[in-house]
Every structure is written in structure tokens, then in C-alpha cells.
Design a protein. Structure first.
Length: 319
């Protein structure tokens, strides 16, 4: 097995066992640096946003690529494991969703509203039980693609630079990729790059949710008929597949600090409830486990590519 595949599997196990690092999280450091750089570079122009993204993403991808090339097999596997553990957020997401589920089951609607506000960007103070459950299921679906499967895919394809690069792009999109007056132009590059980087992870997530969910036919139907109506080209397939697989309806009005967005209906079932949060969590865990196996197979290419490079005879120079 290639060092890359070993590292991905080991990092996945670390995240499952330990969750996010409790203190000194490298992603938090990156966010701090990105916030400070934004204060210096922000101008209401796309070009400044392109420069901002290039500096930050290049600032993690280039050193990661250089490090990977210098490391031997065992250190490379260890570095990949640590990077995978750092960038994955599946266990933290599941723990947050579990608390929302527990508070809904206990009838603690104010507590559920407050807790779901930790994993969604919309206003939650006035949500009813179905609204809280919908927000939680949508977050579980979208973040399964963004915080787990997408990083695993890029890690399987590109190793260390793929892992840290995907997480950097996703973090910048969360910070500045908003449709707001401040970020409409400056955040354009981050949003578009995240759209591109998110394609393989979102499609694999939707595909796995379709095959591993309770209703493959429902997932296919929702994906085919409803996904394109979602404003996000990557969240649409994932949320639609989860909605169809679970037999619920997602989408509706979301309040983002006074700016209300009306999302298209995804799926054709009833509104989700607390029990559906539990089912979404279970489906996300199955998708995560299947994804790490698929991406481990992608990482085998690392071994075959390096082996072929070593075996290729050097050309003789003519004298």
C-alpha cells in the first residue's frame, strides 16, 4: 500500500477517534492569517480577491508539495496522516449534529436553535422544530462533502498539497465567498475556485449517498429533478441526494441576517424531524467510510507512479 493511502486511512481513523484538535488547530491559524491579510488587501475589485486567494492557497500548497517530495515513505505517510486528521471535520460535525438531535428529542427547542447555529450560517432564533431539523440535515449533507469527502478525494489524487489546498480553498470560501456588498467582487475568486475544487467531492458524496442510503431510487429522482435548482452547483447534488435517500424535503426560506433566500424544494417527502437528523448522521458516517476506501484506491496511483518513475531507464547522453 502506498504511503499516501496509509496516511489517508490513518488520518481518517485519528479523526474518528479524536475529532478536531482541541487547541492550536492549524485551520484556525490559517483563518487568522487570512483575516489579517484581508484587512490589508481588501479592495472592492475582483483582481484583489484573486491576489488574496493566490497568496493564501499558494502559501500552503507550495510548501506542502515541496515537503512531500523530500520525505521518504514512512515520514510521508506520517505527514499525510497528520494533515488528513487536521483537515477532516467529520467527527466534529457528527458531534454537533448529535447535540441538536438530542435537544430536539428532549423538546428543548431554544437549545436546539442555539446549537444548530454553530454549524449553519442562517439565522436560527425563530426556527421551528422542522426548521432546525432541516438546517441540521442540510449542514450534515453539505459538510460531509466539504469537510470530509472533498478533502479525501484531493488527498488521494495529490497527497499533502491536495489535502491542505482543498481545506484552504474551502475555508476562504466560507470567509469571503458570500453574496454580500463587501464580498460580491473581492470574494468572487474564492467562491469560483471553491466551486471548481468541490466538484469531485460533491459528486462522489451524492453518488455514495445514493447507493448507501435507505432509498436509492428516491435519491436518484431528487438528484436528477431538483439538484439543478439549488444556487450552489455542489451543494445541490449532495443535499438533493440526501433528501431523496432519506425521504424528506429540504430547501425553503433561509434568513441570512435580514437577507432572505428562498431555496428550491429538494425531495418530495415530509419536512425532517429529530429522527431524520439521526438518519442523516448515520448516512453521513457510511458515506465517510466508503469515501476513505475509494480515495485510498486513488492513492495507490502514488505508489505505481513513483515505482514507474524509478524503473524508467535513464537515457544515455550522446558524447
Amino acid at each position: 500500500m502506498s504511503p499516501r493511502a496509509v496516511g489517508l486511512l490513518a488520518g481518517f481513523v485519528l479523526d474518528a477517534a479524536l475529532g478536531d484538535p482541541a487547541r492550536h488547530h492549524p485551520v484556525a491559524w490559517f483563518g487568522t492569517v487570512a483575516g489579517r491579510l484581508e484587512c490589508r488587501l481588501w479592495h472592492d475589485r475582483r483582481g484583489w480577491g484573486v491576489a488574496y486567494v493566490a497568496v493564501l492557497v499558494g502559501g500552503v500548497v507550495v510548501p506542502a508539495a515541496a515537503l512531500e517530495r523530500r520525505l521518504g515513505p514512512v515520514p510521508r505517510a506520517a505527514a499525510t496522516a497528520l494533515a488528513t486528521w487536521t483537515v477532516l471535520g467529520g467527527t466534529g460535525l457528527d458531534r454537533e449534529a448529535a447535540v441538536v438531535q438530542q435537544r430536539l428529542e428532549a423538546g428543548d427547542l431554544p437549545g436546539a436553535r442555539a446549537r444548530v447555529g454553530r454549524i449553519v450560517g442562517r439565522a436560527t432564533a425563530d426556527l421551528d422544530e422542522a426548521g432546525v431539523a432541516r438546517a441540521c440535515v442540510e449542514s450534515v449533507a453539505e459538510n460531509t462533502a466539504d469537510a470530509v469527502v472533498g478533502s479525501l478525494v484531493w488527498g488521494g489524487l495529490l497527497g499533502l498539497p491536495g489535502l491542505v489546498g482543498h481545506r484552504a480553498v474551502n475555508t476562504l470560501d466560507a470567509m469571503v465567498g458570500h453574496r454580500s456588498p463587501r464580498y460580491a467582487r473581492f470574494g468572487w475568486a474564492a467562491a469560483r475556485l471553491d466551486d471548481v475544487a468541490g466538484v469531485p467531492g460533491s459528486r462522489l458524496t451524492a453518488l455514495l449517498a445514493t447507493f448507501l442510503g435507505p432509498s436509492p431510487a428516491g435519491a436518484v429522482r431528487a438528484w436528477r429533478h431538483d439538484a439543478a435548482a439549488h444556487p450552489s452547483p455542489n451543494a445541490g447534488p449532495v443535499e438533493a441526494a440526501f433528501a431523496g435517500a432519506l425521504g424528506v424535503t429540504l430547501g425553503g426560506a433561509n434568513d441570512y441576517g435580514g437577507r432572505v433566500e428562498h431555496r428550491a424544494r429538494l425531495g418530495d417527502g415530509p419536512p425532517p424531524a429529530a429522527a431524520d437528523v439521526a438518519r442523516a448522521r448515520a448516512l453521513a458516517r457510511r458515506v465517510d467510510r466508503a469515501a476513505v476506501l475509494v480515495c485510498g484506491l486513488l492513492a495507490v496511483r502514488d505508489l505505481t507512479h513513483r515505482g514507474a518513475a524509478r524503473a524508467r531507464p535513464a537515457r544515455r547522453r550522446r558524447r
